[in-house]
Design a protein around this ligand. Structure first.
Ligand SMILES: *Cc1c(COP(=O)(O)O)cnc(C)c1O
Length: 507
């Protein structure tokens, strides 16, 4: 697809470059519509407007949709004010979220605040971005490709798939196809996807893991035969994975929003530095925190928490990214990833936009499964990030102990973050106030949570869920109750090498 760029001044001096070709310059509408750059790179904004202390004061008095408008308008400079308002108001309402405030903050103790990002339709943090992406994408594509129908291709480790399906179901002028690893998602996640309603949705399991699904989808994106077939039908591909800028930019909002709320509630002083812990897979969520910091939000350490697939822990420690290791299926499956796509955006930034170096490293990763960053990048990593991980047993123990100590129930992914936070505090003696990103409802990973709470393993998941509810008093999201009665609509499984064929058939 060719875009005609309208000149850098046109959009308030804001444009988007590719991490693999810094001479690319497209508008935000083009970046969001296209998903990924033709050179295989990811789109990044040319500059990051600052958030001032006065703005934090203003933000602290705003509703979530209004906060989102203010932050998004700093990046989506070719959207009109009305368009941004339309997107934010439709996405962040009590129609789609079971919390008036959209995000909930739970104070665990004097320095730890759990940021619950899972009050959307599918009970995972992916809703924060995927409720708004369809609005952003349809608004953007109308401006740049007029009447083309957008086909969204998704590879999912479980949560993105359902959240994207829910976001795009029956959205005019879109179709969505989701691929997930047959044995790589929780039973609740599988059921959520297999029962998805909507005329424009398709869900397919693959024999392989998430990385296989992601690689397969990337190949389909650049498959000429499929592209031509699409073209003939007046359709084009786009992506709902966190490689799409439209997925990432809404995630910056909740870090700013949380900071402003902590200021409003007198938990922190305006300007006080705080830390953030993020349970990390594809590096999207923690990259959004990094971007918020880059905009001047007073964030100090960004603590990257992994499960046994601890490639990022090693990377932060050594500066070597090495995927030549075995893939572990863990009880925090949404983080079972060995290729964290969004790291490329961080590296582009830390090398001062050196696209040659990024091309070399990404080529090394493709050819040899590894790359090593320069010492200057390593130094910056050391200043910004802390990496840590824990295994499945520690994850379950953290769920149990957090419940016993604070009467707070968390899911397995959040437990990984809490565990790594505890390790960090012990090792560093850092008493900085900290936000812990909580990425899923405990009921989404009911089997594991039940195991952690010593609930009978042999029971079916619905019985387990109801026992968790009895034991903890935590309300079960309505969606999970309804799920039991829903009809299975999709049960197709294909091999990895049949993915493109499957896509051709559907389109
Ligand atoms: C996707 C996901 C993550 C990982 O987020 P990234 O942005 O990919 O790093 C963590 N926890 C849950 C529950 C998720 O769904």
């Amino acid at each position: 697809m060719e875009f005609v760029f309208k000149g850098k001044e046109f959009f308030n001096n804001m444009f988007y470059k590719s991490t693999r070709n810094k001479n690319v310059s497209v508008s935000s509408c083009e970046a969001i519509t296209q998903g990924i750059s033709v050179d295989g790179g990811l789109f990044v904004p040319s500059n990051f407007e600052k958030i001032s202390t006065e703005e934090i004061v203003r933000l602290s008095k705003m509703s979530y949709p209004n906060q989102a408008k203010l932050i998004l308008s700093k990046f989506l400079t070719d959207f009109s004010e009305q368009e941004i308002s339309f997107c934010c108001e439709n996405a962040y309402s009590t129609k789609s979220f079971d919390s008036e405030q959209i995000i909930n903050i739970k104070k665990l103790n004097k320095d730890a605040f759990v940021l619950e990002l899972w009050h959307g339709k599918t009970s995972a943090f992916k809703d924060m971005a995927l409720q708004i992406l369809p609005f952003l994408l349809t608004t953007a594509s109308k401006k740049v490709v007029a009447d083309k129908k957008i086909v969204i291709l998704v590879a999912t480790s479980g949560d993105t798939g359902k959240a994207a399906l829910e976001g795009f179901a029956d959205v005019e002028n879109t179709e969505i196809i989701v691929f997930y690893p047959q044995d790589g998602v929780s039973s609740m996640q599988k059921r959520q996807m297999a029962t998805q309603e909507g005329k424009n949705v398709e869900v397919i399991a693959i024999n392989g893991n998430f990385d296989d699904a992601q690689t397969g989808v990337k190949e389909i994106f650049s498959n000429e035969l499929i592209k031509q077939a699409l073209e003939k039908k007046g359709k084009m591909f786009s992506s709902a994975n966190s490689i799409n800028w439209g997925r990432l930019v809404p995630q910056i909002v909740y870090y700013v929003s949380t900071y402003a709320r902590l200021v409003a509630e007198n938990e922190i002083k305006n300007g006080e530095q705080i830390n953030v812990v993020v349970p990390t897979g594809n590096f999207g969520n923690i990259l959004a925190a990094y971007y918020a910091k880059k905009m001047g939000l007073p964030l100090n350490k960004l603590i990257c928490a992994s499960n046994k697939n601890n490639i990022l822990t090693d990377f932060i420690k050594t500066g070597v990214y090495d995927r030549n290791r075995s893939f572990n299926a863990t009880n925090s499956p949404s983080m079972d990833i060995l290729i964290s796509s969004n790291l490329e955006r961080l590296l582009f930034d830390l090398t001062d936009n050196d696209d040659d170096i990024i091309n070399n490293w990404m080529n090394d990763l493709k050819e040899n499964g590894k790359y090593e960053v320069s010492s200057s990048v390593k130094q910056k990593l050391d200043q910004l990030f802390v990496g840590g991980y824990c295994n499945d047993e520690q994850t379950l123990l953290t769920i149990k102990e957090t419940f016993e100590k604070y009467n707070y129930l968390c899911d397995t992914h959040t437990a990984v973050a809490l565990n790594v936070f505890e390790q960090y505090q012990k090792a560093s003696n850092d008493q900085t106030k900290t936000i812990i990103a909580s990425t899923a409802s405990p009921y989404k990973f009911g089997n594991s949570v039940a195991l952690a709470l010593d609930i009978d393993e042999s029971l079916d998941e619905y019985e387990q869920i109801s026992l968790i509810n009895k034991k903890t008093g935590l309300e079960i999201p309505e969606e999970f109750i309804k799920l039991k009665e829903k009809k299975i609509r999709f049960d197709k499984t294909v091999n990895v090498n049949q993915m493109s064929e499957a896509v051709l058939e559907i389109i």
